[in-house]
Design a protein. Structure first.
Length: 186
């Protein structure tokens, strides 16, 4: 099944394509973005890091139906990639995202997260979504809390910035679909 474009009130989430690599390479390798990512992300980020990630990791996983990846773009400037969000068919790691710092704190990733989480449960028909994160990543934690997820486990994991406490957050399809869907609750 082809991955669709997802739309929110302010965003276009477009399926990741090879042509996105140059924009990712331009905006991704920043400490504010990578410090809370798992240590498999190379740091310092190599000059061909985005091209390798897109063409050798993400797109092959998408073709196999193991990942669903989108770029995050504002409707007011759709040519500019401001982030990336993925769903993964990996136990205890079903959703991950990043957003350039200039756009953080404005609710963009919350909008994107709602759209892809709904896709996970109501298009892919998955029963549970689990999202790991560094405990120090407070903005990511707020997104999980506000979407009705609950903390189910903590452990120490190796991130780009070193060994940190890690949290695993979870929500079931029934819990997701029973949430208050009013605009005030979003």
């Amino acid at each position: 099944m082809p991955i669709p474009v997802l739309e929110t009130s302010r965003l276009w989430l477009t399926p990741l394509v090879s042509e996105d690599a140059p924009q990712i390479q331009q905006c991704f390798p920043r400490w504010e973005i990578v410090r809370y990512l798992v240590n498999t992300v190379p740091w310092p980020y190599p000059e061909d890091g985005a091209e390798f990630y897109v063409n050798s990791i993400a797109l092959p996983q998408m073709e196999k139906g193991q990942a669903w990846c989108w770029t995050v773009r504002r409707k007011s400037a759709p040519e500019e990639l401001i982030g990336h969000i993925c769903l993964y068919d990996i136990p205890d790691n079903n959703r991950g995202f990043w957003l350039v710092p200039e756009y953080q704190g404005q609710g963009y990733m919350r909008e994107a997260s709602i759209a892809v989480t709904d896709y996970w449960f109501n298009t892919l028909k998955r029963d549970v979504l689990r999202a790991p994160k560094a405990a120090d990543n407070h903005r990511s934690r707020v997104i999980s809390e506000n979407s009705g997820m609950r903390l189910i486990r903590t452990e120490e994991k190796h991130y780009v910035s070193g060994w940190l406490m890690s949290e695993l957050w979870e929500i079931t399809r029934d819990e997701w679909n029973s949430r208050d869907q009013s605009p005030e609750a979003r």
